[in-house]
Design a protein around this ligand. Structure first.
Ligand SMILES: Nc1ncnc2c1ncn2[C@@H]1O[C@H](COP(=O)(O)OP(=O)(O)O)[C@@H](O)[C@H]1O
Ligand SMILES: [Mg+2]
Length: 339
């Protein structure tokens, strides 16, 4: 289950030179705020997913340095080297170079950041991004279709802002938005059903009571024809506003607790337990769908959880490789690296 064995960084954010041996089931990294904990997880994520969860290469490049390098050693004797020279980034895997991380080398990750704790009550776009990232990991095609949708949407929005257009000018973009959009809806609804299948059981296992929860898709669950019709019907409105008012780029997700909207009805603790449940489900679904055991990255979340939930977290992920960062040492844990 040890997937990541070692992490070496040069000029990666605040790290000029950094070396971490993490060839064990659980690695605990301790350091003050600003000591570079998140940056280490960022490098691991970059090696496994091909992109960072928080910034672009120019931001990652250490101030005043002219290159960064990250070397991640994996259990199957594979080594992923990422180099950025200020302009261009390359991935090198066992001597083979490419501009992107090849699909076959991508590896599932469950990332748990402090912000995730507030997902239930955060903005629709935050929730949309959250589930988009998850669904992209579950299936590569989701990301490809979403990329195509976003491109078609941008073109449609650009046209809507032009002075002289007619209904007909939008037609081909409407068709594309409807085609990709309806497919995205299907993915979202299907993936949510998989999550919801497990949600209440796993929640009850954490909370030890009879409460129930699920996640609802707040969007129009329509087929391609109806989608297209909606776009056509909104022509006048979209023209006046200058953007596309209907579509999957505006949909949202709602957490439901005991059949009520969780935001506003569930307590702080209940919200946190729901997010914990979601994280455990993510790991299970990724393992099922991708066929690889995800690496679990827990970034500074212990301070957000009480001891009961901390224990649950460690316990539930005990069969996965965990890399954990924290400012304080959680009870009964051994420190592997101090920054
Ligand atoms: N490109 C960069 N060059 C140098 N320092 C950076 C760069 N990007 C971020 N930092 C700094 O690195 C420090 C560590 O960031 P981070 O990994 O988020 O620390 P932690 O998670 O331990 O709080 C922060 O103080 C941040 O300002
Ligand atoms: Mg941090």
């Amino acid at each position: 289950m040890n997937i990541i064995k070692r992490v070496k960084l040069n000029n990666f954010r605040c790290h000029d030179e950094f070396d971490l041996d993490c060839n064990r089931p659980t690695t605990l990294i301790i350091g003050e705020n600003g000591s570079g904990k998140t940056s280490i997880l960022e490098a691991i994520y970059l090696a496994l997913r091909g992109k960072s969860f928080k910034g672009v290469d120019k931001e990652i490049l250490r101030n005043n340095a002219d290159y960064y390098r990250a070397e991640i050693e994996l259990a199957d004797a594979q080594k992923i080297i990422i180099r950025f020279n200020g302009n261009k980034k390359e991935f090198e895997i066992d001597g083979k170079k490419s501009l992107r991380l090849p699909k076959k080398n991508r590896y599932p990750v469950v990332l748990f950041e402090p912000d995730d704790i507030y997902l239930v009550g955060s903005s629709p776009s935050r929730r949309r991004d959250y589930f988009d990232e998850l669904f992209k990991q579950i299936n590569e095609n989701y990301g490809i279709i979403l990329g195509k949708y976003n491109k078609a949407l941008r073109q449609r929005n650009d046209l809507l802002k032009e002075e002289t257009i007619s209904r007909d000018d939008l037609f081909s973009w409407n068709v594309m938005c409807a085609n990709y959009g309806a497919e995205i809806i299907q993915w979202r609804v299907n993936n949510l059903a998989k999550i919801n299948n497990k949600m209440t059981d796993i929640y009850r296992n954490i909370a030890k009571n009879d409460d129930s929860c699920e996640i609802k898709y707040l969007g129009f669950n329509v087929d391609e024809n109806k989608y297209l019709q909606n776009l056509e019907n909104n022509y006048e409105k979209d023209r006046i506003l200058g953007y596309t008012t209907f579509g999957i780029h505006r949909d949202d997700y709602e957490f439901i607790f005991n059949n009520k909207k969780a935001d506003g009805s569930a307590s702080r603790g209940e919200n946190r337990s729901m997010i914990l449940a979601l994280k455990f489900i993510e790991a299970q679904i990724l393992e099922q769908e991708v066929g690889k055991k995800p690496v679990v990255l827990l970034d500074d979340i212990f301070s957000e959880l009480d001891e009961m939930r901390q224990r649950h977290l460690i316990d539930n992920f005990k069969n996965y490789q965990m890399i954990i960062t924290s400012t304080a040492v959680p009870s009964e844990m051994r420190v592997d690296k101090k920054l």
